[in-house]
Design a protein around this ligand. Structure first.
Ligand code: PGA
Length: 251
């Protein structure tokens, strides 16, 4: 059975003290969330090791927001997947629209970063999602299809280390979320793409989560959809109440 996931993408937010406090609160209240749900926190690089120590032994995993595709070497300022592994990172975000747009990350970059994480035994959450322009032109299915294409070059063993996050760019941080039907329609499309590339079994085992202005009021309708296996939460993950309220909606 595929994993259900609620992940908090903190982006470039929270001081060390704030992140520590939020983590301690999540740890102390996690028993209210179903055991079947994988809870992941994505703090900034510099807080990963400390947040890992706070969550170690609890059912909360930590993840990285980015990584370099090389394992080591003269790449000043960069962080490799093996370094991430060494501080307890279990998940890595790849292809978030903010990295695609602001840092011009290409399909080749994203595939190389994904492979590096997989080689380090870190599970990848690969993000995709169309712009407003693309949706208005009704090109959204093709847009997502193109973004996912690099993944079909992985073999089945590698792809077992991939989950997909559908995050329409127009819904990220805007307060405007995709409707449950829009999310379901795209998630079913993505699952179909996985089936074509690999097999029905693989597609049924792949977690596909939704991101983009998820909050405690819209989470239950999104999570009720057959092909929505959880959420990648930005703004609402920065407060313990809203983050855990969202997680409680996933059952
Ligand atoms: P948001 O961000 O929940 O603030 O819209 C989601 C994301 O970017 O992962």
């Amino acid at each position: 059975m595929r994993k259900k996931i609620v992940a908090g993408n903190w982006k470039m937010n929270l001081s060390f003290e704030e992140g520590k406090q939020l983590t301690e609160e999540v740890v102390s209240r996690i028993s209210n969330v179903s055991q079947e749900i994988e809870i992941i926190l994505f703090p900034s690089f510099i807080h990963l090791a400390a947040i890992h120590r706070l969550t170690d032994g609890y059912r909360i995993k930590i993840g990285s927001q980015n990584n370099h595709h090389q394992n080591e070497g003269a790449y000043t300022g960069e962080i490799s997947s093996s370094m991430l592994k060494s501080v307890g990172v279990k998940y890595g975000l790849v292809g978030h629209s903010e990295r695609r747009i602001y840092f011009k990350e290409s399909d080749d970059d994203l595939l190389a970063k994904s492979k590096a994480l997989i080689q380090s035994g870190i599970h990848v959450i690969f993000c995709c999602g169309e712009s407003l322009e693309s949706r208005k032109k009704e090109d959204h299915f093709n847009h997502v299809k193109r973004q996912l294409a690099p993944l079909w070059t992985l073999n089945e063993r590698e792809f077992a280390q991939i989950s997909i996050a559908y995050e329409p760019v127009w819904a990220i941080g805007t307060g405007e979320t995709a409707s449950a039907d829009q999310a379901q329609e795209m998630h079913a499309f993505i699952r179909q793409q996985v089936k074509v590339a690999f097999s029905e079994t693989v597609s049924e085992e792949t977690s596909i989560i939704y991101g983009g202005s998820v909050n405690p009021s819209n989470a239950s309708s999104l999570f009720a959809m057959d092909d929505v296996d959880g959420g990648l939460i930005g703004g609402a993950s920065l407060k313990v109440d809203s983050f855990l309220e969202i997680a409680k909606n996933l059952n």
